[in-house]
Design a protein around this ligand. Sequence first.
Ligand SMILES: Cc1cc2nc3c(=O)[nH]c(=O)nc-3n(C[C@H](O)[C@H](O)[C@H](O)COP(=O)(O)O)c2cc1C
Length: 223
Amino acid sequence: MDIKNMDSKKEPEKLYPSGYEPKESNNADSSSDTNVRNQLLNQILKSSPTEFINTDLFTVMSKRRSTRKFTDKIVETVKIDKIIAAADTAPTAGNFQGFEIFYVKSPEKKQQLIEACNNQPYVNAPLVLVFCKNPSRVKMNFPEEILKKFAIQDATLAAAYSQLAAQALGLSSIWIGMFDEQKVMKVINTDLIPSSILCVGYPKQNKFPKPRRNLKEIVHAVW
Ligand SMILES: Cc1cc2nc3c(=O)[nH]c(=O)nc-3n(C[C@H](O)[C@H](O)[C@H](O)COP(=O)(O)O)c2cc1C
């Protein structure tokens, strides 16, 4: 490899949509270890877990059903890695990844989370991930209010990707939105505001998906 020539090559100028120009150049795109990080991400995503139920996206979607009763079986590390890696594949505003994931391992902290989540007992699941908003990562020239809106969308999408990944890996989950933000922040020791908590494990029972509204009622055609 001709390092000398590589050095002399000018980086092509980056073009951003109006308003999306980064304030600082510390986004994921320009970070020097991007390549290493992406290699790790790809490696985790492509690695084979022990078994799959079905990884066809639409089958995964059609079979997912919330679970509030989990067996004691621990979730294998290889699956946890994939669930977390899936979150990292979600789109984020400007690719600034305005979210953080807190992986709650301590049984004592899980117990405290139950109380912080309106005494919902299933928050003590084998795998508990708290998704928090981090608007300070979103380096765009928009008002603070917009950056906060981006961060909540980033964190929500990340959690949704993890939830689908859990289903694809033969696990089940429950999305927790009912919690006292301050209490959760105290338990996980952060200043960042949580957006959702994903509780994952092996379901005690496989249930049929819940009914939904008629699609025709949901869609409003706009001409
Ligand atoms: C924003 C949001 C907040 C939720 N909060 C809770 C919660 O605090 N506790 C709970 O038991 N389920 C919670 N759920 C799960 C829903 O009750 C569940 O997804 C819904 O009943 C549909 O069932 P399904 O996921 O099996 O399709 C929440 C789901 C969403 C999307």
